[in-house]
Write a protein that binds this ligand. Structure first.
Ligand SMILES: NC(=O)c1ccc[n+]([C@@H]2O[C@H](COP(=O)([O-])OP(=O)(O)OC[C@H]3O[C@@H](n4cnc5c(N)ncnc54)[C@H](OP(=O)(O)O)[C@@H]3O)[C@@H](O)[C@H]2O)c1
Length: 243
C-alpha cells in the first residue's frame, strides 16, 4: 500500500529542544510539515501539549515531552523514552537557550552565570549523551545547534550569554570531527536578533526588518535535506537590512 507520507523527512524522527515557543516552535512546525515525526521538549508541559495538539490538528505527527535540559536525570529519561518509543533519532535540534539578564559581567550574579551555561552549554552536552549513541547505532544523523552571532562577536552587557555561545560553537566543531566518520553531521546556525520574546535587544528596533523564527527554521530545513555527501557545518544568518 502506498504511504500517505511523502515529504522529504518521511520516516525520520526529529527532536527539537525548546520546541514550544519562539524559534523552536517554528522549527518543529517546519520539520513536521516535511513529514518528520517531531518530539518537542521544554519545561512548560502545558505549552508543549498545546503546540503538539495544534500541529496534530494539521495532520502532523508531533509528540510533547517535558524535559529540562539542565537536569541530567530529565534528559536521560528523555533519551530512554526516545529509544523505547522510536528506537532512533535522525535529527536533533539543540535550540533551548536563555539570555540571562543584561548587564555588566562583574555585576552578574553567579546563579545567573550558572543558569546560562547550564542551559546553553551543559544542556547540549546532556542531549548529546542521550542521543548520539542512537545515531551511531543507526550510522547516520544530523545535529543542529542553535548558536548566535553573539557566539562570533563581542557582546558587551551580554558577555556570559556570548561566551556560552562561543563555547557552544567550539563544542559543535569538535563534536563534528568526532562524529563525521559515523556519517553524523553536526552543524551550527548563528542567527542575529530574531523577533521573539527572547531578549530585550529587540526593543527600539524595527521589528519588520528583524529575522523571523521561520527564517531559522528555513535554515534548519536546508541543513537536513542536503545530499548525503554534503556537510554545511555553519550558517551565519543576518537580517538583510539592519533593524
Ligand atoms: N531570539 C533571538 O534574537 C536569538 C538570536 C540568536 C540565537 N538565538 C537562540 O535561539 C534559541 C531559541 O531562542 P528563542 O528566541 O526562540 O527564545 P524563547 O522564545 O525565549 O524560547 C526559548 C526556548 O528554550 C526553552 N528552554 C529554556 N530553558 C530551558 C531548559 N532549561 N530546558 C528546556 N528548555 C528550555 C523554552 O522552553 P520552556 O520555557 O518551556 O522551558 C523555550 O521553548 C536560543 O538558543 C537562543 O540563544 C535567539
Amino acid at each position: 500500500m502506498e504511504s500517505q507520507q511523502s515529504g522529504p523527512l518521511s520516516g525520520a524522527v526529529a527532536v527539537v529542544t525548546g520546541g514550544g515557543r519562539g524559534i523552536g516552535h517554528a522549527i518543529a512546525g517546519r520539520l513536521s510539515a516535511m513529514d518528520a515525526t517531531v518530539v518537542i521538549t521544554g519545561r512548560d508541559a502545558g505549552r508543549l501539549r498545546q503546540v503538539a495538539g495544534e500541529l496534530g490538528a494539521k495532520g502532523r505527527t508531533v509528540h510533547a515531552f517535558a524535559c529540562d535540559v539542565t537536569h541530567r536525570a530529565s534528559v536521560e529519561e528523555l533519551g530512554e523514552r526516545l529509544r523505547r518509543a522510536h528506537g532512533r533519532v535522525d535529527i536533533l535540534v539543540n535550540n533551548a537557550g536563555i539570555a540571562g539578564p543584561r548587564g555588566l559581567l562583574h555585576e552578574l550574579p553567579p546563579d545567573d552565570w550558572d543558569a546560562i551555561f547550564n542551559t546553553n552549554l551543559r544542556g547540549v552536552y546532556y542531549m548529546m549523551r542521550a542521543v548520539v549513541p542512537l545515531m551511531i547505532a543507526a550510522g547516520a544523523g544530523h545535529i543542529v545547534n542553535i548558536s548566535s552571532l553573539a557566539g562570533k562577536n563581542a557582546l558587551p552587557r551580554g558577555v556570559a550569554y556570548s561566551a556560552s555561545k562561543w563555547a557552544l560553537n567550539g563544542l559543535s566543531y569538535g563534536l563534528a570531527e568526532e562524529l563525521r566518520e559515523h556519517n553524523i553531521r553536526v552543524s551550527v546556525i548563528c542567527p542575529g536578533s530574531v523577533d521573539t520574546d527572547f531578549s530585550p535587544r529587540r526593543h527600539g528596533k524595527d521589528t519588520s526588518r528583524m529575522l523571523k523564527p521561520g527564517d531559522v527554521a528555513h535554515a534548519v530545513a536546508a541543513l537536513v535535506t542536503q545530499a548525503p555527501q554534503s556537510f554545511i557545518s555553519e550558517i551565519l544568518l543576518r537580517p538583510t537590512r539592519k533593524p
